[in-house]
Design a protein around this ligand. Structure first.
Ligand SMILES: *Cc1c(COP(=O)(O)O)cnc(C)c1O
Length: 499
């Protein structure tokens, strides 16, 4: 199967798409055709996560033999998750379950894709007979950076550089990145938000710097969810969740389930949509936003408009106005690369665009939007803890709040089952979690965690606890306008040391 750009007829192999990340025209790669639905529960129900991953991916990455994919998924998911189940699905009532995606190396759902992506990339690079060094450039709103750093740490032939908003992440997330181990990693804070970081990186991808460095032997690639190597592994867990719901008896053989996804860059929910296209019986697909509710407004009006204030919230991975993967959805809605290019030009110039009536009607059929205020989020956290003895992180709490609101409004079919996608371990955000539990936040986030443990009995995951006494390695912060220079000097360092 070939991949094509959302903005032109540029078409490449899957391997090229994996290595390049972003198309030359600035578009994102999408499968040229969606596979014919291929999911049958009977065939899948006894598979392990890694087997299921190889099976699902073999329909999207048809150039890679399934036997090879099995080796890659085996490496990715062996010993990298705390739970044998990889993604446990916990029913909290007849009406809803929590799909816990935070049992990987960095306690966020990004681990699901970023445990596998490096293996896919290295495989693709070998197939392409590419002997250049790869430099992965990553913008993060908090969780991608750490998950990518862990995924790529000490992978031969690959280097990784992460930019995070220096004032926009939790103290624990900052520690996770500043204290990163590995000889091929670099972490830089920026004075700006995630949109600034992602926007500047996209410019770098389209600039002469990329060509200059390629000539010197360093190829830029991306670990953001603009890369299909991030997106496709996420399709797998929606199939997994379906099979788990069947096993748990939460749904019957011919029943569908709803999914609520706390959304930022639109990668996770797009993966759910793809899973539905290939046969996962997903009913309502609900896109949950926080106060930065560009998407919720889009699903209401058909206008994508970023001319608005930017809020820094307690759910920082959703503090995004330009959701990159929405471009892929727009491509499917309009079926036209030309229209996508036009809309993206308009977004750049005017900060907004409107889709056609037909495209909006389609969007409305495919997904629902909703949003939650900081108060709704905090209330959801306390309430679910009291009622179900279950502790959610702030992103999951936004999703729950949106679900609860829609349920009360009668927008969710009665007797249907809903899965809340739980994207991060609550202990990544000690301050806000402590507050929701009626505890006081202490100066050290690690002390706060110990207090939360005393109250809830939930142990501190080793991946977080071990950071406390580790030295900081990366404390540099740059202005966004200096990002390109920072990249140049790191890339030059790489050429210097590899020749
Ligand atoms: C990345 C992230 C999100 C948003 O996911 P997208 O795929 O960017 O929409 C939500 N919650 C957490 C905890 C995240 O790390």
């Amino acid at each position: 199967m070939k991949y094509r750009s959302t903005r032109s007829n540029e078409t490449v192999t899957a391997e090229e798409a994996l290595v390049k990340g972003l198309a030359d025209d600035g578009g994102l790669y999408v499968p040229e055709f969606l596979p014919v639905p291929f999911l049958h529960a009977d065939e899948l129900k006894d598979m392990t996560y890694e087997e299921l991953a190889a099976f699902v991916l073999s329909h999207f990455l048809t150039d890679i033999p399934e036997e090879e994919l099995k080796k890659l998924t085996h490496s990715a998911y062996t010993g990298t998750f705390e739970t044998k189940d990889i993604v446990p699905v916990k029913p909290l009532s007849q009406a809803f379950s929590m799909a816990e995606m935070f049992h990987g190396r960095t306690c966020a759902f990004k681990d699901l894709a970023l445990s596998l992506f490096p293996y896919l990339l290295v495989y693709a690079k070998k197939e392409e007979k590419d002997d250049q060094e790869i430099l992965i450039l990553t913008a993060t709103s908090g969780d991608t950076g750490k998950a990518a750093l862990e995924g790529f740490r000490d992978v031969p032939g690959v280097h990784i550089m992460v930019f995070y908003p220096s004032h926009g992440v939790s103290p624990l997330q900052k520690d996770q990145m500043q204290k990163q181990l590995g000889s091929n990693v670099k972490v830089v804070g920026i004075e700006g938000n995630f949109d600034d970081a992602q926007g500047t990186l996209k410019q770098v991808f389209g600039s002469s710097l990329r060509k200059e460095e390629a000539e010197k032997g360093v190829l830029f690639s991306s670990a953001n969810s603009i890369n299909i190597g991030r997106l496709l592994p996420q399709v797998v867990y929606y199939v997994w969740i379906w099979l788990k719901l069947l096993k748990n008896g939460s749904i019957g053989e011919h029943e569908s389930f709803n999914v609520v996804v706390p959304t930022g860059n639109f990668g996770n929910i797009l993966a759910a949509w793809l899973a539905k296209q290939v046969g996962a019986p997903i009913g309502r697909l609900i896109c949950a936003s926080n106060e930065n509710k560009v998407l919720a407004d889009f699903f209401e009006t058909g206008v994508y408009d970023i001319n608005r204030p930017f809020y820094m919230t307690e759910a920082p991975s959703m503090d995004i106005l330009i959701s990159s993967n929405f471009e892929r959805f727009l491509y499917y809605l309009t079926g036209s690369a030309e229209q996508v290019r036009e809309s993206m030009d308009r977004l750049k110039k005017e900060g907004k665009y409107e889709v056609s009536k037909e495209a909006f009607a389609k969007a409305d059929m495919e997904m629902m939007g909703g949003w939650a205020s900081p108060e709704d989020m905090a209330h959801a956290m306390s309430e679910v803890y009291e009622n179900y003895n279950y502790l959610m992180d702030p992103h999951t709490a936004v999703a729950y709040a949106v679900y609860d609101h829609l349920r009360r409004e009668g927008e969710i079919p009665r007797h249907s089952h809903t899965v809340i996608i739980s994207t991060a371990h609550p202990y990544k955000f000690p301050g806000v979690v402590a507050k929701a539990l009626g505890l006081k936040e202490t100066e050290s986030p690690y002390d706060t965690l110990r207090e939360i443990t005393d109250k809830t009995g939930i142990p501190v995951p080793k991946q977080l606890g071990e950071l406390e006494n580790r030295p900081k390695r990366f404390t540099e912060t740059v202005d966004r306008k200096d990002m390109a220079d920072t990249i140049r000097s790191y890339a030059d360092e790489i050429c210097g040391s590899s020749h």
